[in-house]
Design a binder for this molecule. Structure first.
Ligand SMILES: Nc1ncnc2c1ncn2[C@@H]1O[C@H](COP(=O)(O)OP(=O)(O)OP(=O)(O)O)[C@@H](O)[C@H]1O
Length: 353
């Protein structure tokens, strides 16, 4: 085997990964020198627009895509150094689910879940029992003998999840697994992934183009653009303090602030000087009392034009757009006071913070 296993909390380490695809004109640099470490038990999101390089990067994790340069380390072992038999074993520990489910139409639900175990050491009856257990876990035991064509999208994805768990993986990669599903089904599939993570201790790497998906279940997130990771961190942190414009765009779209800003910002009175303030409350900060305190102490009328509370990685995060009616100087003092209370606050129709 030639390699010593290193004991580590990191299940995946990508070091200086680049992927170039040769094309007729010039090579497409799909992934550029990415370093990424994912800890055991994490739910790690990778977000980016189409073409950012997300799928290519996650396919590198199980070497479905060979990187042009860099090291892929899984549980302390560099995968590129493994012999084919060992690589096959390691790959079994990385399950994958996809946007279009990739089920086999000619096999029953049970047959699909049993499939990865065919040819293994497990007996036929144990294999069946295991597959039925997994179907129970995903809530589909009663459909074991149905065929994929007779299932809804959400049910198909549940079968795909059961199948991906057949080999007892340590990591489950979800490549846009909810992108073809409606919002309600998306929620239920994300909940199931969360249960898989919590009950079975499986690390999840989830790629998506929707920040809402990230905020529901991920603990950490990396933002990809043009083959690079441009920002990363704890989800609540990235959500409330995005450093890059692209990240801010994803967040604002997810919480509907973008639409609200456009709608409100287009109104004439706000382009003519009425004061608009954007507020972002994190955790337990009580927005009600703060707003009334500010209004009282600074003699400002505060009209709330938009408000939304979201759960991000289990924390309440509130967003508000409000009109402050009063002197700009006083409004700025009020904003400074709110910042002291840990609120992110800024004037949005003036250059002043
Ligand atoms: N086999 C390939 N040959 C040539 N170029 C490729 C190949 N696979 C991907 N690309 C290119 O690499 C870039 C990254 O693609 P990738 O599929 O990883 O992006 P993505 O972020 O997953 O987007 P999507 O969600 O649309 O799949 C794109 O410019 C794509 O056209």
């Amino acid at each position: 085997m030639g390699q010593l296993m290193t004991v580590t909390d990191n299940v995946i380490e990508l070091k200086d990964i680049s992927v170039d695809f040769p094309t007729q004109d010039k090579a497409v640099k799909a992934v550029k020198q990415v370093n990424l470490t994912i800890k055991k038990g994490d739910i790690y999101g990778i977000i980016g627009y189409s073409g950012a390089g997300k799928s290519t990067l996650v396919r590198v994790i199980n070497l479905l895509q060979q990187p042009t340069t860099g090291q892929v380390i899984f549980n302390g072992q560099q995968l590129q150094k493994l012999a084919p038999v060992e690589l096959r074993q390691a790959r079994k520990k990385i399950g994958m689910i996809f946007q279009h489910f990739n089920l086999m139409k000619s096999r029953t639900v049970l047959g699909n879940v049993e499939y990865p175990l065919l040819g293994g050491k497990i007996s036929k009856s144990d294999r069946r029992a295991k597959a039925l257990n997994l179907l129970e876990l995903v809530g589909l035991k009663n459909l074991a003998n149905s065929y994929p064509n007779n299932l809804s999208g959400g049910q198909k994805q549940r079968v795909a999840i059961a199948r991906a768990l057949a080999n007892d993986p340590e990591v489950l990669i979800s490549d846009e697994a909810t992108s073809a599903l409606d919002p309600k089904t998306t929620k239920s599939i994300l909940k199931l992934l969360q249960q898989v993570n919590q009950r079975l201790g499986i690390t999840i790497v989830l790629i998506t183009h929707e920040m809402q998906v990230i905020s529901r279940i991920c603990h950490n997130v990396a933002v990809m653009d043009n083959g690079e990771i441009i920002e990363r961190g704890a989800v609540a942190e990235v959500f409330t303090k995005p450093k890059q414009q692209l990240t801010a765009d994803f967040v604002e779209t997810a919480i509907n602030v973008k639409d609200a800003l456009e709608r409100i910002g287009n109104q004439e009175k706000y382009s003519n000087g009425n004061l608009l303030v954007y507020l972002n409350f994190i955790g337990q900060t009580s927005k009600k009392s703060i707003i009334s305190k500010i209004s009282r102490e600074y003699n400002l009328d505060v009209n709330i034009l938009f408000a939304n509370v979201d759960q991000v990685d289990g924390k309440d995060i509130g967003y508000m757009i409000a009109e402050f009616v009063g002197e700009p100087k006083t409004a700025n003092e009020a904003i400074a006071e709110m910042k002291k209370d840990g609120i992110i606050a800024k004037m949005i129709n003036s250059n002043k913070e």
